[in-house]
Design a protein around this ligand. Structure first.
Ligand code: NAD
Length: 488
């Protein structure tokens, strides 16, 4: 694992833009700037732009180019920044689309030994052409991955290619179009050093810890996450799987926060072996409980089926569409925790008789404690609210599914693997259940296209906790945890 700081030269470490300065010697500076603008806005391709710009500096003498080199203006703070990186074990690399003729002596002065630059070709003391070999994206890609920390800093459109491979990227100066593609914008080396010194929060793009002093780096894919992890001090995820391999890529990680309920998507053992805390934000219980009630009402009155038929122009005779009341029915709650308790309370208020199976909860005032088998065989509605653990995996399976009361409604909003595939075959295929409602699925994302004709199956794509209110509560809690740990 290495720490690499990949720096652009012109406009970043130094104020000069040598191509424009060379062109100004023969009056074509404005044309060079115009072509650069065209390339940045995508009106001409980068390759054509380079060719045309080189054409404009042909004939300029080596002596004139050497005079320009003497006028190099190294940015304030650049010397100190590079020295600190060198002293603290960073590999400092310059990648420039400018020329080695200028880059080499400047980098020597700055203490940077590794330089990627194009070559000016002189003949008889005059510029005749240039060899273009630097592709900043390729240079960055060479250093990225392998658990490396890759920091990229640049000010121009051609630096965006290296930003894409970096653990963290910085747009230097205030050029809006470049800043859009970088993680942070900085205007000097002192603030850049300050940001690098502090820990970063790496957060999935669907989590919401915004407003944290701007220290948040987002990821969308596993590849994104892999390049970010080497700089992560805190990691915020929703349902993304965080395995031991990923945890191993984050040497500075202190805390993993799940913006959601449970930590079954995280290898908690691998994390705690490294002393990394794993936390979750179980604040979506009302949302999941309300979805469960929604499933009950929809299932007992066959609302999804009626809805889709009417939209296809079908008007059924009322005698054909008899539903059932929930009032007076028996509901069995499997797992009487935060969500199960709210479901029980609402159902009690709706006039249902509530029983539950939960080895860890004593019998309460209105809920009756049953064994799982008792609960399955006497409940009109069975709803699962247990965490996923070895003991709850396949809690309902192909054997005990036969105990489910004929015509019962079975609801799962906990985790897909709590109900074995074989149990679903019994419930749906053998007609044991009248309706099965699933928000969570054995594999996610799930494909139920083969079940198109199953009126007795009501599905949602794991949306139990997906309400504005629950997400807001969980995001606030994530922020609270992060600020307690110094990231706020
Ligand atoms: P909780 O920890 O408050 O409650 C879980 C209950 O299950 C506890 O009372 C516990 O004693 C009980 N339990 C544990 N092992 C059991 C077993 N072997 N048999 C029976 N009961 C057992 O959790 P919660 O906040 O109520 O959430 C329950 C589950 O719902 C979560 O673990 C999560 O998997 C799921 N969930 C799903 C969504 C969604 O989007 N659909 C959202 C949030 C939570």
């Amino acid at each position: 694992m290495e720490k690499i700081c990949l720096l652009d030269l012109e406009g970043t470490l130094i104020e000069n833009e040598f191509l424009v300065e060379l062109a100004s010697l023969n009056g074509s500076a404005q044309r060079v700037s115009e072509i650069t603008e065209f390339a940045m806005s995508g009106r001409i391709c980068l390759e054509d732009a380079i060719k045309e710009r080189i054409g404009l500096i042909k004939g300029i003498t080596k002596t004139d180019a050497e005079c320009l080199l003497l006028k190099t203006k190294i940015r304030d703070g650049a010397f100190e920044f590079v020295r600190r990186l060198n002293e603290t074990g960073w590999r400092v690399v310059v990648a420039t689309n400018g020329f080695m003729f200028f880059a080499k002596p400047i980098c020597d002065e700055l203490g940077i030994r590794e330089v990627y630059a194009n070559e000016l070709v002189f003949e008889n003391g005059e510029i005749v052409s240039a060899t273009i070999s630097v592709d900043k994206g390729n240079v960055a890609e060479k250093f990225s991955g392998k658990g490396n920390v890759l920091v990229a800093v640049g000010d121009g459109a051609n630096d965006v290619a290296m930003f894409r491979h970096a653990s963290v990227s910085f747009a230097f100066g205030n050029r809006g179009e470049v800043a859009e593609h970088a993680d942070f914008s900085v205007s000097d080396f002192f603030s850049l050093a300050g940001i690098l010194d502090s820990g970063f929060v790496v957060a999935s793009s669907d989590s919401v810890p915004s407003g944290l002093n701007g220290k948040v780096l987002r990821f969308e894919s596993r590849a994104d996450l892999e390049r970010r992890l080497p700089v992560a001090s805190a990691l915020v995820v929703r349902s993304q799987k965080i395995d031991a391999l990923l945890i191993g890529m984050a040497p500075n990680l202190k805390v993993i926060i799940r913006q959601g309920v449970g930590t079954d998507n995280i290898d908690v053992q691998a994390a705690s072996a490294r002393g990394i805390e794993t936390l979750n934000t179980p604040l979506s219980a009302p949302s999941v409980a309300e979805l469960t009630i929604g499933f009950m009402v929809n299932a007992s009155r066959r609302i999804p089926c009626m809805d889709s038929e009417m939209k296809r122009g079908v008007w059924r005779e009322r005698s054909e569409v008899m539903g059932s009341e929930l009032f007076g029915k028996k509901i069995g709650v499997v797992g009487l925790g935060r969500i199960g308790s709210i479901v029980a309370r609402i159902c009690h208020a709706m006039g249902l008789h509530v029983s539950y199976y939960d080895p860890f909860v004593e019998e309460t005032s209105y809920e009756k404690k049953f064994s799982l088998n008792e609960l399955l065989s006497c409940s009109d509605i069975i709803t699962f609210h247990v965490p996923l653990a070895p003991e709850t995996t396949h809690l309902l399976n192909a054997e005990n599914a036969w105990l489910v009361k004929r015509g019962a409604i079975v609801i799962n909003t906990s985790r897909g693997k709590v109900i074995a595939k074989g149990a679903l075959d019994v419930l749906l295929g053998s007609g044991v259940a009248s309706v099965v409602c699933l928000d969570v699925h054995y594999e996610e994302p799930a494909d139920y296209s083969a079940f198109r004709e199953f009126e007795n199956l009501i599905l949602t794509p794991h949306i139990g906790g997906n309400t504005f209110e629950a997400q807001e509560r969980m995001a606030s809690r994530v922020k609270e945890i992060l600020s307690q740990r110094g990231f706020g």
